[in-house]
Design a protein around this ligand. Structure first.
Ligand code: FES
Length: 187
């Protein structure tokens, strides 16, 4: 019995520090999902070691072109389903998950992870932030995978996984749970 408890404790210690809870991870059963390492976050060298997030893969969709993006101006697009709105922005500073020559092109879902406040008009290009949320003022850092800077939310903003193909920008997945979705499974 004692050995069994020690073995369980050791197993728990070996689990990665995921950004989503175990319950949320289990809710994604059946979806093509994987846990990915976030790597070093800009400005947090070393501190980010061991950070992981749940990534769900969706059909590749062209969402913009690199040459037409301008710093400070965010574009909106729907992904992975119609009506699920995200912003695409060139931050002008390297960002976690950023693509392009400056690693500064990112996309995020615009529903606040606290209670679903609409963040689609809350982009603050001067600080690379999304927020404050119009409902309870949560603000998210777009350079650090949508991490909460201040406010009521406890989960990072879901980041849309981007890939570049020449000048084209493609959405290929979602990292994190979109507010109101049980594992991002509804189609
Ligand atoms: S809904 Fe955004 S902070 Fe509450």
């Amino acid at each position: 019995m004692k050995h069994e408890r020690m073995r369980q404790a050791a197993d728990t210690e070996r689990e990665p520090a995921a950004c989503m809870s175990r319950r949320e991870f289990l809710l994604t059963g059946g979806l093509a999902a994987s846990i990915v390492a976030l790597g070093a976050l800009p400005g947090l060298a070393g501190a980010a070691t061991g950070l992981y997030a749940l990534r769900a893969e969706y059909p590749r969709l062209r969402v913009g072109s690199i040459s037409t993006l301008k710093e400070g101006i965010a574009h909106t697009f729907d992904y992975p389903y119609p009506g699920v709105t995200n912003i695409l922005a060139k931050l002008g500073t390297p960002a976690g998950g950023g693509i392009g020559t400056g690693n500064d092109i990112v996309a995020f879902n615009t529903l606040c992870t606290h209670l679903g406040g609409d963040l689609s008009k809350a982009y603050k290009p001067e600080h690379q932030l999304l927020g404050p949320c119009p409902r309870h003022l949560t603000t998210f850092d777009l350079t650090r995978h949508g991490m909460v800077v201040t406010g009521h939310a406890t989960e990072s903003l879901p980041q849309i996984v981007l890939e570049a193909g020449g000048d084209d920008i493609y959405a290929v997945g979602v990292m994190g749970l979109i507010y109101g979705f049980a594992g991002n499974l509804q189609g």
